[in-house]
Design a protein around this ligand. Structure first.
Ligand code: ZN
Ligand code: ZN
Ligand code: ZN
Length: 488
């Protein structure tokens, strides 16, 4: 019974702590600092909450300590005065400072740019060191050692959480499987190793440029935006690309073309009185109401205009499929025994149009249309951009309210983005069109999201004498449509 109590209860608090703030290394993460503190004092995460937790937090039972209390990005569960008193260190300020140095220029909530799982450098962790840089989603190598970052225990491949928790560890710096992430060699003191790490220096040039970009003197000059569903983790060189767009780097990757479209400066200074095509924002309405209702008509108009312009662009290559497209849209080809072959190019084209227009009249009979509840977006304007409508509305709101853009500017940006997204949807339909047409696959929603979307960036200088910029980077890709054309 005694034993059980010993294991279940947090270790008794030590009045005097084993701590030296020389152990704290530049750019060190709060996770690393707390692991060191637990390690040196042989205590658990529960003790961290007892020692540093806010009053509110310490009223909660240990089982109900929620996710936000363990959050190492906001440190919201921890009391600043206790941190300063015990660690003799401004942990919150240190954390905020590094986070903003990395994310000042990026849109949205800072915390989305940091991994939820612990990411670490295999070399740093051996010295008991973990940096906030390692958690940053745009970093793929350790800025001190240039080695790839990992999120797995080298032995059991399990991942840890970037939180204040003991759920995945036997003791500080030790995985549940028994593996020691940090363990000083015999005769060496952990204290000496930790102090030595003070000499670590960032040598990664791109990171230095990134921090320059994020410094307030530069970051305050413009707004940037890109698709929020783009997972920056999957874009190995997102950092380089953003730097390129802001003119702080010229390292274009091989096999990638950096395209820039600039608006005429005129649209930024244009006075719009007569031709105020947008519905002016109603100040008596809340933001939510405004963004969902007032711009519907304008988005509809823009979507239609961009689709028409892409169609003109595709006309040449689709011309020879004129008959195939007519077959697809008139004979209800999925069920018709009369057709034994469906042209993949026509298949791609028709499905692409269906999901942009959010209508099925192309390929279903009236009865079928009634039966299939497609869950597509419908409004007074049933010709709209169903796949991207939520994003486009958010972007509209951001341009209007956050960037204080004029209607002509909003118009310009949305057109660029809509063309970019629609072309990518088309590429995705052509990618799956051979298999799809062979098997006569019918889709009630697109079988893809943003796969293959070339990275893009909207750059809006606050200085109104400078043009708006739309940047996108094209990777070399397989020309699906050309393959089809050859087959026929
Ligand atoms: Zn390292
Ligand atoms: Zn392990
Ligand atoms: Zn054809």
């Amino acid at each position: 019974m005694k034993n059980q109590i010993h294991f279940l209860e947090p270790s008794p608090l030590i009045k005097k702590f084993s701590w030296n703030n020389d152990w704290i290394v530049p750019f060190e993460s709060p996770w690393g600092i707390f692991e060191k503190f637990k390690y040196a004092n042989r205590i658990k995460s529960q003790d961290i909450f007892n020692l540093f937790g806010t009053q509110h937090l310490n009223k909660l039972k240990s089982t109900t300590k929620n996710k936000s209390a363990r959050n190492l990005i906001t440190l919201e569960g921890l009391d600043n005065t206790s941190l300063i008193k015990i660690l003799n260190f401004q942990l919150k300020r240190h954390n905020e400072h590094i986070i903003s140095k990395l994310t000042n220029v990026l849109p949205g909530n800072q915390s989305i740019y940091f991994h939820k799982h612990l990411r670490f450098c295999p070399k740093c962790i051996k010295q008991g060191y973990h940096s906030i840089y390692h958690q940053f989603k745009l970093m793929h190598v350790c800025p001190f050692h240039m080695v790839p970052l990992t999120s797995e225990c080298p032995k059991c491949k399990m991942a840890f959480l970037y939180e204040i928790t003991d759920s995945f560890t036997l003791e500080p710096f030790r995985c549940d499987c028994g593996y020691y992430l940090f363990s000083p060699k015999k005769g060496k003191s952990y204290s000496a190793i930790w102090k030595k790490n003070k000499k670590l220096k960032v040598t990664l040039e791109i990171l230095m440029r990134w921090e320059k970009l994020n410094s307030s003197s530069i970051a305050n000059k413009f707004h940037i935006n890109y698709h929020p569903e783009i997972d920056l983790t999957n874009y190995q060189d997102a950092m380089t690309k953003i730097l390129e767009a802001a003119d702080l780097s010229t390292n274009t990757e091989q096999g990638t073309t950096h395209n820039i479209i600039k608006s005429t400066p005129l649209i930024r200074t244009l006075r719009e009185e007569q031709h105020y095509r947008f519905i002016k924002r109603d100040q008596t309405k809340s933001i939510e109401e405004t963004s969902t209702y007032d711009n519907t008509k304008e988005i509809y108009r823009l979507s239609k205009a961009t689709l028409n312009s892409i169609n003109r662009h595709l006309e040449k290559s689709m011309y020879k499929h004129k008959k195939c497209i007519k077959d697809c849209t008139s004979l209800y080809f999925f069920h018709s025994p009369k057709i034994n072959w469906i042209c993949p190019a026509a298949y791609a084209y028709v499905f692409w149009q269906v999901f942009i227009k959010a209508e099925l009249k192309f390929i279903c009979t009236n009865d079928e249309r009634r039966r299939y509840n497609l869950g597509l977006y419908h409004s007074n304007y049933d010709f709209t951009h169903s796949q991207d409508i939520t994003y486009i509305r958010d972007l509209y709101w951001w341009l209007d309210n956050h960037c204080d853009c004029k209607p002509s500017e909003i118009n310009w940006v949305l057109k660029r983005v809509l063309i970019h997204l629609k072309m990518n949807h088309f590429n995705n339909w052509t990618r799956i069109s051979i298999g799809g047409s062979n098997e006569r696959r019918f889709y009630y929603e697109p079988p893809f999201k943003l796969e293959g979307l070339p990275f893009y960036l909207i750059l809006i200088p606050k200085d109104k004498s400078l043009p708006l910029e739309f940047h996108f980077w094209e990777e070399e890709r397989e020309p699906y449509l050309i393959i089809h054309s050859k087959e026929e």
